[in-house]
Design a binder for this molecule. Structure first.
Ligand code: ATP
Ligand code: MG
Ligand code: MG
Length: 586
């Protein structure tokens, strides 16, 4: 039974396993609960949870909650939700803060081993000690580095007990700051603990005034949880040396060996171009922002920029809640991440690559429907009583998706405004006066005979007749007027006009001038065949939690859509997932 080849059974991930081929693999996904996850995190989730699953091990979801200033409950809930949506179940859910007592003890232990000292230097002074602004100058120790262990210990306790304000004292690891041969800034006496005064922590309340840094916390939490393979992104490559150093100081790892303790390895991030992933910037899009503008005459002006999207889950964003809401199936997203592969190189993609992968997935998995975005009524004047019928149509003409639906045909049908022209021409193949067009699945084509307009010149109704026996050049989608379901359909385009929105002016609000006015196009009066209600009845409208059962379909000649989660039975909203074909402009 050869196992199917997967990203875990070859390449980078296989090598990582072989470097520490243990029986009981333990990994972890350690998000900071200070924002919503984005598409890049889907890779980190797939790597960490997938690795454990592949090796029949376990994976923790660990909230890295060491910064009480930035964390909010809604992020915790959403992160777990998304992990489950992607099809993974954490073996245990833990919090870095679970270990605050232990971390504090270990900090004291480190001090006692002369591996850390309390320092009172300013940020500027520390930067000078670390070689100045370009980190190239001579490095030197401050007076605190050589203070007696006992003194550091009592000062550290004083930090804990409230003697110092933020910035007045912090605990520094005694690494290799003064070794001129040590070229890695991660070894230049990094901070281990700092005072945070605004200190209501969501789990430990007011208990602590000192909080451990990432560099102090992460490796120790990995070790305490018995993590075997600690995989993170390559910006932590430089940190591997301090990760190992600290664990070795605390006898949690053996130098130059993977016998004991966790092993950190780094893979390349997944970045998406043409969009914004930074939490801070997305927040501006979600909440809008107020900026101060300096005029030439020295006066300042305040400019208020309104929100550019409806929320963190607005389908134009690339947060995972947004991609979910837009209707991208979790499975398709995971397949995409696997297709890209995992190495230590950065993967930078443009949105169209994701879209083409999603399209391939949907093509094979969702039923077809007839949707008319901008309807005009067509009255088939010679439609006889016996023409009234219910046509049985398969969900997929190619048969890849099982099932069929009943499509009603009556005397009046809607077609899309874009499929009619007042004046015919030779190279035009859809409906026009005296020209016939085919209606999908209907035995006879129709030929337009006349049309009427309202006071603004908009066509309100077309009269047509059956064009039996004629061979139309083209078939179009249509919806029976009597049984049509009214829906609102939203189509999405990129949020910005530029392809590199990260280069916009994010300081003084210049980004707002580059917003694409057509990033969302809403069709308030769209209609869809009555079969949609059968699709909805067999699904649940609410995809929260683990389920991924949004109603998705291919609207013929239009796009792939899903039923938005905030729809009600009598007020259905559709979100475009992706277009049918790649946009030619790209
Ligand atoms: P960002 O700065 O983009 O918001 P982050 O690194 O602050 O991301 P964390 O919550 O710390 O976010 O991330 C949790 C895990 O996800 C980390 O191990 C991190 O390396 C990984 N991760 C974050 N961004 C990406 C990305 N673009 N591609 C792959 N993995 C990522
Ligand atoms: Mg982080
Ligand atoms: Mg971050």
């Amino acid at each position: 039974n050869a196992e199917p080849v997967s990203i875990f059974s070859e390449g980078w991930l296989q090598r990582v396993y072989k470097e520490k081929a243990v029986k009981e693999v333990r990994s972890r996904f350690p998000p900071e609960p200070n924002g919503f996850l984005h598409i890049g995190h889907a890779k980190a989730i797939a790597v960490n949870f997938g690795f454990a699953r592949h090796h029949k091990g376990v994976c923790y979801l660990r909230y890295d909650d060491t910064n009480p200033e930035k964390e909010e409950e809604k992020y915790f809930t959403s992160i777990l939700d998304i992990v489950k949506w992607l099809g993974f179940e954490p073996w245990k859910i833990t919090y870095s803060s679970d270990n605050f007592d232990k971390l504090y003890e270990l900090a004291e232990e480190l001090i006692k081993k002369d591996g850390a000292y309390v320092c009172h230097c300013s940020r500027e002074e520390v930067n000078m000690q670390r070689g100045g602004p370009d980190n190239r100058g001579a490095r030197y120790a401050c007076e605190h580095r050589s203070r007696p262990v006992e003194e550091s210990l009592s000062e550290f306790r004083a930090m804990r007990d409230g003697k110092y304000k933020a910035g007045e004292a912090y605990l520094r690891m005694k690494q290799s700051l003064t070794d001129p041969k040590e070229g890695n800034p991660q070894m230049w006496d990094l901070p281990a603990y700092r005072v945070i005064e605004k200190n209501h922590h969501h789990r430990t309340g007011e208990k602590w005034r000192v909080y451990p840094t990432y560099d102090f916390t992460h490796c120790i939490c990995d070790a305490l949880e018995g993590i075997t393979h600690s995989m993170c992104t390559t910006e932590f490559q430089q940190s591997r040396i301090s990760y190992d150093w600290l664990l070795e100081q605390l006898d949690m790892k053996v130098p130059k060996s993977e016998e004991k303790g966790p092993m950190q390895r780094e893979f390349g991030r997944l970045n998406v171009g043409g969009t914004i992933l930074s939490k801070r910037r997305i927040l501006m899009l979600v909440e809008g922002t107020t900026v101060e503008k300096k005029n030439a005459d020295g006066t300042t002006e305040t400019k208020t920029i309104p929100p550019a999207v409806r929320g963190w889950d607005d389908p134009r964003l690339f947060t995972l809640v947004a991609l979910r809401r837009r209707g991208i199936p979790a499975k398709a997203l995971l397949n995409f991440v696997e297709e890209l592969g995992v190495t230590d190189a950065l993967t930078e993609i443009q949105p169209y690559r994701l879209e083409s992968s999603i399209r391939k997935h949907l093509e094979r998995t969702v039923p077809r429907q007839m949707l008319v975005l901008d309807p005009i009524k067509v009255v088939i004047e010679d439609f006889a009583a016996e023409d009234d019928q219910e046509i049985t149509v398969p969900y997929d003409p190619k048969g890849a998706i099982p099932g069929e639906r009943k499509v009603k045909l009556g005397k009046e049908v809607y077609i899309d405004r874009a499929d009619f022209r007042e004046e015919d021409s030779a190279e035009y193949f859809r409906l026009a006066p005296n020209k016939a067009v085919g209606l999908y699945n209907v035995a006879f084509p129709i030929r337009a005979t006349s049309f009427s307009k309202d006071a603004n010149g908009n066509i309100t109704e077309i009269k047509a007749v059956k064009a039996e026996g004629e061979k139309p050049k083209t078939y179009i989608q249509w919806v029976d007027v009597a049984t049509a379901i009214s829906v609102t359909a939203r189509q999405y385009n990129s949020l910005f006009k530029t392809e590199s929105p990260n280069t916009l002016d994010w300081k003084t609000g210049g980004w707002a001038d580059d917003l694409n006015p057509e990033s969302e196009i809403i069709f308030e009066h769209a209609v869809i065949e009555k079969g949609l209600s059968d699709l909805i009845d067999t699904h649940s409208l609410n995809p929260s939690g683990a389920s991924d059962d949004l109603v998705r379909f291919q609207a013929l000649r239009t796009a792939y859509f899903c039923v938005d989660v905030e729809s009600a039975k009598d007020k259905i909203v559709l979100n475009q997932i992706v277009s049918l074909r790649e946009d030619k402009a790209k």
